[in-house]
Design a protein around this ligand. Structure first.
Ligand code: G3H
Ligand code: 13P
Ligand code: ZN
Length: 307
């Protein structure tokens, strides 16, 4: 059943577990996410970036999710706009039927981020829709980073407290050292869990981890076996994801793992059968690989068997 984002995250915050927010750009990815949620008995966020919306068409994206939600009425699903870049973009998503939106004004100064977020909150709440915002910049932290450099990049807990109070935002993504994509850490993985805990203590609201792909060894190996090259890739280890959930993370954004797992299978078939041109033969193993990754993630985050 399609529900507002706050509903899923209020339960996760209370129960201290993380809910995967999985990106989709087409029907195959969406189908894999729903199949996994059904198998693992987990609530889900399905999220589309502005790029994904442009690719699918906003009406098609919303219709696909509404139809899938009807097919699986027992699964709580939120349809979320990932990294909305403007008030207008969030408004379009809300009007089209999204049940959760992110306004990402984190590249602006604190005051501007706060003002834009407050405007989006007012607009979205009028329709019951939940809002996510981001504080700090998403980038890895090196071992030798100085305290002042770290403070300049990562979330400031005191600012987070003020931001939440003044915007009335529903969930917040604090930058604690993750980044998007397949190459998150140069050396050993490192996240600022102390900072995360402080943000939680000062805000109490559901928190969001962006750049949360783990790139498990079997996923990297599958891609490498297919002839792909992501040798130096490094994701967020499962133990870090679990520590992040303990520290107050409730929404866990995951895209890169899904892309890699899916495309590895497409590459394998393309390599192994140069006479094949039936799209279904390429996409079916892609969806299956993606479903396996998601079911495992739901178990790691603790959202499995919650419905
Ligand atoms: O956070 C970014 C997501 O992985 C979506 O990426 O803008 O390429 O669709 P995209
Ligand atoms: P990954 O690139 O780690 O999958 O992060 C996705 C994300 O944060 C989407 O908002
Ligand atoms: Zn993100």
């Amino acid at each position: 059943m399609l529900v507002f984002g706050q509903e899923i995250l209020a339960a996760a915050n209370k129960g201290c577990y993380g809910v995967g927010a999985f990106n989709f750009v087409n029907f195959e990815m969406l189908q894999a996410i729903f199949t996994a949620a059904n198998e693992a008995k987990s609530p889900i966020f399905v999220q589309a970036s502005e790029g994904a919306i442009k690719y699918m068409g906003i009406d098609i994206a919303v219709n696909m999710v509404q139809t899938m939600s009807k097919r699986y009425p027992h699964i709580p699903v939120a349809l979320h706009l990932d990294h909305g870049t403007s008030f207008e973009s969030c408004k379009k998503a809300v009007e089209a039927g999204f049940t959760s939106v992110m306004i990402d004004a984190s590249h602006h100064c604190f005051t501007q981020n706060l003002e834009t977020t407050a405007q989006v909150v007012e607009m979205a709440h009028a329709r019951g829709v939940g809002v996510e915002a981001e504080l700090g910049r998403l980038m890895g932290i090196e071992d030798n980073i100085s305290v002042s450099e770290k403070d300049a990049v990562l979330v400031n807990p005191k600012e987070a407290q003020q931001f939440v109070k003044e915007t009335n935002v529903d969930y917040l993504a604090p930058a604690i050292g993750t980044s998007h994509g397949a190459f998150k850490f140069k050396g050993e993985p490192k996240l600022d869990f102390e900072r995360l805990k402080l943000v939680k203590e000062l805000t109490h609201i559901p928190l969001v981890l962006h750049g949360a792909s783990a790139i498990p060894d079997y996923v990297r190996e599958s891609f490498t076996q297919s002839g792909g090259d992501i040798g130096a890739s490094k994701g967020v280890p499962f133990s870090f994801l679990q520590e992040a959930v303990k520290g107050g993370i409730n929404k866990v954004n995951t895209d890169t793992d899904l892309r890699i797992a899916f495309i590895a299978e497409v590459r394998k078939l393309a390599n192994n059968d140069n006479t094949q041109f039936d799209l279904r033969k390429f996409f079916t193993p892609g969806m299956q690989a993606m479903t396996k990754v998601i079911v495992e993630r739901m178990q790691v985050l603790g959202s499995a068997n919650r419905i």
